[in-house]
Design a protein around this ligand. Structure first.
Ligand code: SF4
Ligand code: SF4
Length: 453
C-alpha cells in the first residue's frame, strides 16, 4: 500500500504544467547580486570589496556563527559594490554586486560531468566539504546542511529520508532533477548515509511522478549493484496528498514516528534532506564544487513559456522573466514557491538565492479573495489540518490576542501549510491570523527558555 501521513491533508489540483520541460541552462546576466543572507541563521560576512576580481566558486562571504554558511561567487568578474539591496520581500540585505566576465572556475573545483561514485571513508572529510562549499537545505528552510548532519552526541539518527515529494502545486524543479540527475542524487544520499552512520535511506516520491520514481529506482539498483556503500537505500512511492513533503508528515508517512510539539526529526531518530540538497552534497563532496546555481521552475497558467531553468545564484528575477518572454499581461501576482506556502514577490529586481525554487505567476482571478462570512462550525479546517490543530479556534483566539490559550492549543506547531484556509467554505483567512499569532507565541516561548543574562 502507498504510504502517506496519518491525519489531515488536502488534494489541490497539482498543476504540474512545466513537468515536461527539461532543465535549460540560462546564460549568465551582465551583473549578479549575491545576498549574504542565503541561509537560516547568521548572515555571512562579505570578505571582498569593490574592485576585487573574483573567480567562479571563490568564497565571498564567510559564516558568522555556528548556524551560518559560506557564500561563493557564482560568476567570474569584478566586484562593483558591497552594500544594501532589497531582497524578494523588499527588505534591505547586504549583497555583493559583480560585473560578469567569461567563466573561470577556482582551480579546486572539478567542473567535468564525470560521475564519481566512490564514497570517501572519512565522515569528517565529507562534512568539511559540505560546509566549505556552502551547502544549505534546498527544501525551503535553507538550514546549513553540515550542521543538520552533525546532531548533538545524545541524539542518534537511524534513518535518512530524502524528500522527493514536491507536493506543492506547479513546482517541478525537484521532479526534473530526479529525472536528469538521479545518480548524483543517490550518490549524495550515500554520502549523507556515511556521515550519519545509518543503514537505512528512504527516498519518498509521490505517485504522480512515475518517471521520477522509475529513474531514481534505476539509479539506486545500478549503484547498489556496484558497491556496498549503496546498500539500504530504497525508493518509496507515496500517496499524492498535500503537505506530504512537510518534514513531520514525511517522517510519519515513512516510519509512523511522531515528532512531538516543538520537537525535531532527530528526536525520533530521523534526518530529512531534500533531493536538491542531496544533489548539492554530491557536487560539494565528489566535485569540490560550491553551491553556486540551482534549478528554478518558472510557471503559471498565464505564463506561456513554462520552464525549468538552471541559473546562477544572484541572477535578478527580472532577467530570468525577460529571458523567458516577460511578465504575462494578465499576471496579477508573482510568488516565490508554490501557491500553498510560497511568499509573494514584492520586488522583481531581487536576485535569486540558493533556496529559490520557483517564480509562479497568478492571475487576478486566482488571487482574488472571496468575501469572508461567519464560521459555520463545519469542522472542515480541523479535518484538513495535518498537525491535528483546531484552526477555527486558533483564529478566534488570535483575533482576541489570547496568547496563553493559543499556546495551550498548539499554535506553535502550525506548519503554515494553508490546508485550513484551502478548506474553509466561509473563506476565512485563517492562516493570516494564525501565522502572526504563532510568531508571537514562539517569541514568548523562546524568551521563557532563553538563558538569563
Ligand atoms: S496552516 Fe497551520 S493550522 Fe492551518 S492546517 Fe496548516 S498546520 Fe493546521
Ligand atoms: S472550515 Fe471555516 S467555517 Fe468550517 S469550522 Fe473551520 S473556520 Fe469555520
Amino acid at each position: 500500500m502507498k504510504k502517506t501521513f496519518s491525519i489531515g491533508g488536502v488534494h489541490p489540483d497539482d498543476k504540474k504544467i512545466s513537468a515536461g520541460c527539461a532543465i535549460e541552462v540560462l546564460p549568465t546576466p551582465k551583473t549578479v547580486y549575491i545576498s549574504m543572507a542565503q541561509h537560516l541563521g547568521g548572515p555571512a560576512k562579505a570578505v571582498v570589496a569593490a574592485g576585487d576580481r573574483v573567480k567562479t566558486g571563490q568564497v565571498i562571504g564567510e559564516p558568522t556563527g555556528f548556524i551560518s554558511a559560506y557564500v561563493h561567487s557564482s560568476v567570474t568578474g569584478t566586484v562593483k559594490s558591497v552594500g544594501l539591496r532589497k531582497d524578494l520581500a523588499g527588505i534591505p540585505v547586504v549583497h555583493v554586486e559583480i560585473d560578469v566576465e567569461p567563466d573561470e572556475w577556482v582551480e579546486t573545483a572539478d567542473t567535468t560531468d564525470t560521475l564519481v561514485t566512490e564514497i570517501p571513508q572519512d565522515p569528517k572529510f565529507i562534512v568539511d566539504r559540505i560546509k566549505a562549499n556552502g551547502v544549505v537545505g534546498l527544501g525551503g528552510a535553507t538550514f546549513p546542511t553540515s550542521v543538520k548532519l552533525c546532531p548533538p552526541p545524545d541524539k542518534k539518527a537511524d534513518i535518512l529520508i530524502l524528500n522527493g515529494a514536491e507536493c506543492e502545486p506547479y513546482l517541478t524543479s525537484d521532479y526534473r532533477i530526479m529525472i536528469e540527475k538521479s545518480r548524483q542524487i543517490v550518490v549524495g544520499a550515500a554520502l549523507m548515509k556515511r556521515v550519519l552512520g545509518v543503514h537505512k535511506v528512504v527516498i519518498g516520491i509521490e505517485e504522480n511522478k512515475p518517471e521520477a520514481i522509475a529513474k531514481m529506482s534505476e539509479a539506486v539498483s545500478s549503484l547498489a549493484a556496484g558497491s556496498g556503500d549503496y546498500a539500504g537505500i530504497e525508493v518509496i512511492t507515496l500517496k499524492k496528498k498535500y503537505p506530504q513533503g512537510g518534514e513531520k508528515q514525511l517522517i510519519d508517512a515513512i516510519t509512523r514516528r511522531q515528532v512531538k510539539s516543538m520537537g525535531l526529526p532527530i528526536d525520533v531518530g530521523a534526518v530529512v534532506q531534500n533531493v536538491a540538497t542531496s544533489l548539492a552534497v554530491y557536487d560539494a563532496v565528489q566535485k569540490n564544487r560550491p553551491l553556486i546555481d540551482n534549478t528554478i521552475t518558472v510557471t503559471g497558467d498565464c505564463f506561456p513559456r513554462q520552464s525549468n531553468v538552471l541559473v546562477r545564484v544572484g541572477t535578478p528575477l527580472s532577467y530570468i522573466i525577460d529571458s523567458l518572454g516577460g511578465i504575462p499581461e494578465n499576471a496579477a501576482k508573482a510568488i516565490s514557491g508554490g501557491p500553498m506556502m510560497g511568499k509573494a514577490i514584492a520586488n522583481l529586481d531581487a536576485a535569486t538565492l540558493k533556496g529559490t525554487s520557483s517564480i509562479l505567476f497568478l492571475t487576478e482571478e486566482q488571487t482574488r479573495r472571496k468575501p469572508e462570512s461567519n464560521c459555520i462550525r463545519c469542522g472542515r479546517c480541523v479535518e484538513a489540518c495535518p498537525m491535528g490543530l483546531e484552526p477555527f479556534l486558533l483564529n478566534k483566539l488570535a483575533r482576541n490576542g489570547m496568547t496563553d490559550e493559543l499556546e495551550q492549543n498548539g499554535v506553535q506547531d502550525c506548519i503554515e501549510c494553508g490546508c485550513c484556509l484551502y478548506s474553509c467554505p466561509a473563506n476565512i483567512p485563517l492562516l493570516d491570523s494564525i501565522r502572526i499569532a504563532k510568531g508571537e507565541v514562539i517569541r514568548i516561548i523562546r524568551s521563557r527558555t532563553a538563558p538569563k543574562k
